[in-house]
Write a protein that binds this ligand. Sequence first.
Ligand SMILES: Cc1cc2nc3c(=O)[nH]c(=O)nc-3n(C[C@H](O)[C@H](O)[C@H](O)COP(=O)(O)OP(=O)(O)OC[C@H]3O[C@@H](n4cnc5c(N)ncnc54)[C@H](O)[C@@H]3O)c2cc1C
Length: 445
Amino acid sequence: MVGAMEQAGGDLVVLGGGPAGAVSAILGLRDGLRVTLVSPAPVPSRAGRLEGLSPRLHQWLAREGLLNGFDGITGPLPRRVDWAGISGSNREFVVDRAALDAHLCALAEARGARRVTGTGRIVGSGESAKRSVLLSDGRRVFPDWIIDARGRSAPRMASGAASLGRMPATVALCGWLEGDVSGVEAGIALCALPQGWLWRVALPDGRIWAQFLGDAADPEPAPARLVAAITAGTRCAPAPTLRLAGPLIAREAAPRLPAPVTDLRCLPVGDAFAAMDPLSGHGQFWAVSSALAAAAARRTLTADPASEDRCLRYLRERAAETAWRMARVGRDFLALETRFSGQPFWAARRALPDSLPAHESREGFAVAQALVIDNGLITEREVLKTPCSPAGIGWFGRLPAPEIYRLAQAGPEALRQRFGPQAEALLAAIESERTSPHQRVENPS
Ligand SMILES: Cc1cc2nc3c(=O)[nH]c(=O)nc-3n(C[C@H](O)[C@H](O)[C@H](O)COP(=O)(O)OP(=O)(O)OC[C@H]3O[C@@H](n4cnc5c(N)ncnc54)[C@H](O)[C@@H]3O)c2cc1C
């Protein structure tokens, strides 16, 4: 039964309290909107899960002051890789996701968001019908703006479903481990295995988290599959006596390609829009960057009601392009591992979502017009297209990339006169853009 109709709920209703939803709520509050954040009761942190935190997202959250008082990040931890002969070791931060989500939601609430503990669903369809939100307590609200940040549980728009059906169903089996941890060094291990891949984190406090990704159709019982992966993974992450310590968490984990954006007043963000391959380690970054893009579209449309086409074009071209690119980067990284290419998990994934290159290729530099977010608004302006960034870059740091490039063309002295000691770093930044991503061995995780 639909509850009593009421004109409440504020200007922006956000469904979902993961990073995409919490950051959307915070961005709405910064823009002076009345924000309602709807999400189920938070998962207790001890039952939470670990994920890698990309350096770019880490920096962004810190710069925005969103990590003040938060202690759920560990690292950087050393990371060993056993994948396609890549034996290098680097470092990675990990984050307790339940704690991060709870922290960001509490921050939104402290800054003025109204929290509704429960769930909601979006009612109404068609471009002319105004969408509303039906809350699990029976109330129905009619906000000016809706953000759908329900993650992978958000229903997919029908028009996007056809392409999504092609991605093979993938499951992540995860859990905390126990056993003899005396010989286990703190750090992260990423191992390719015949049936999938294993990501294992040994925290400095002795706790160990394991995540195995495999085919969802495998009939073997889930706990046995995780234990087998942990045992097989000892090649790169020695600890033969570890076993599952608590409940096994199973998560749907196939990449999801974006559904087309049609209604700027009801936008999906994060995994509700497109879900990255967990191998990319890019999901939370995408969640936040798509929240930023949605907020920019909302601001732009408010400032200029005639900008609808521009905003839709930006979200379709730039935001959706990122999701496709990441799916292709994941495909290429899986294809690099040839030891198991005949095994069903690898054979089914090495050619999807399509056969197009992950990166547009281009030779040389060019200045061109493109849609970008500038000062929080979607604007058409000059960008610098390079072999490394064929879609174009707007800025080096805070300085406009096309202007820097033009000055560098006139000679390094022109750049030195204009930017003084910064000139050398700017020249190096331009130089680093000469290498196409095709020429790099890309490890997205
Ligand atoms: C196995 C696995 C490993 C991963 N590892 C990494 C990693 O190492 N690094 C990384 O950056 N990313 C990783 N990701 C991706 C990352 O988890 C997601 O991209 C990220 O959580 C997306 O954030 P989100 O806010 O869009 O959705 P979520 O984090 O899924 O949040 C959705 C929120 O919506 C709530 N919700 C659901 N239904 C409703 C409803 N009806 N009403 C209201 N609220 C609702 C949920 O309770 C939840 O709070 C991984 C993903 C998987 C599956």
